[in-house]
Design a protein around this ligand. Sequence first.
Ligand code: HEM
Length: 445
Amino acid sequence: MAASESLTRARAAASAEAKSGLRWALGHGIPRIAVRAAARRGDLQGRLIAASATHDDATMLRVIDEIREQGPVYRSGLAWITASHAGVHEALSSNDFRVGVRTDGGPGALGRTLDWAESDVTHPLLPPSLLATEPPDHTRYRRLVTRVFTVRAVEGLRPRVEQLAGELLDRMQTDSPVDLVAAYCAQLPVTVIAEILGVPEAERERVLELGAGAAPSLDMGLSWRGFRAVDESLAAFDAWLEEHLAWTRDHPGDNLLSQLVRASDEEGTLNHEELKSTAGLVLAAGFETTVNLLGNGIALLVRHPEQLAALRDGEAQWANAVDEVLRYDPPVLLTGRMSMRDTEIGGVAVPGNALVTTVLMGANRDPAVFADPHLFDVQRANAKEHLAFSAGRHYCLGAALARMEGEVGLRAFFDRFGRVELLPGAQRRHTRILRGFEHLPARVG
Ligand code: HEM
């Protein structure tokens, strides 16, 4: 009996390993080879992906400009790609496009193999994630969470966010070097979203750790080791969510998770997978991006002292500065859509079933919309026209919250410290799609 049990377990482990290997090969291994070959051929999308991996922004921006110069949309050897403001906006808002790639494996043996290999762990880019579904399901999920994130609801949270920022700044060391990401930029967003959702304080470090491990799940072309690490983090996050949702059921409160649990248990509006996916995405999206806005914002303002002075003198507005930070150094590099039928972008024909990469950073640096686009200018009149929060149905649910946290967080930081010196050792995050600092050492006083 014991022997047959251990045989069954060994078989299950071998099968999980094989599935994981197949998912990596198809989702990352083969695309990785294709991207490298494309970059070597000079393919613009291949070069963009290669530059994003090395965090070489200057090269990346040159390639983005070249892509935009090809027209509203460009057919690379890998996919279609648009880096103009009008093209990105059109692809993201048009009903001819949808999020996600096909999730049933498709017909034939390959389809059956893909279905077999599918993971049952919650993934931000797989259904039933908001980021991977379309109406009517998307509308149903989004309706359950929007109320808490309206501009009005978010304004109600402002005093609490100011208080939390003040408490974090009180605790920050002023006599020795401090990592601004660990001490401030990461802490503020996770605390705010955890309070909205009702995640107790004791869980926050764990949530941050799981979020950091899962963040590369948005990237394509991961190494086998990187993929395994992300897979493990996603599984750990999934297990944590299961436990935490059970805890919430026993400890209901006046918070968003309790409302979602009620919608699932009592009203039957969400099944268990949908509940887990929606709760997990709102939680992770709530801090994995805003940390970048705060870190990128602090670094930009320290490196542009005349801009900081304009904000301190009241000549420039903090809210506008936040939009300029989002425009200039967007926390999300790009996203993508699939065409559902033969269509066009900016008058250029795009066939059905085509993957279109929409470069948000390209839209934000488009000279057709932003004069002198590579200039960081906190008084830019139309900074708010950036597409850092995407557009259309999937426009960021947390945009108002992120803007308010950015405004409160940056202003409180620079009001508190008259002197901020960035020290050597600043390090960008390894992720390609999510853009920000892993470490930002500084001396403040
Ligand atoms: C500076 C901070 C943020 C940035 C730059 C950002 C960016 C984005 C982008 C680009 C998308 C859409 C992706 C696509 O169209 O494929 C998105 C969607 C989303 N964001 Fe944010 N986000 C930020 C903060 C937040 C916060 C604080 C929350 C917390 C509620 C949040 C929750 C979400 C959710 C749930 C979605 C999915 C919406 C949908 O598909 O309908 N985000 N975000």
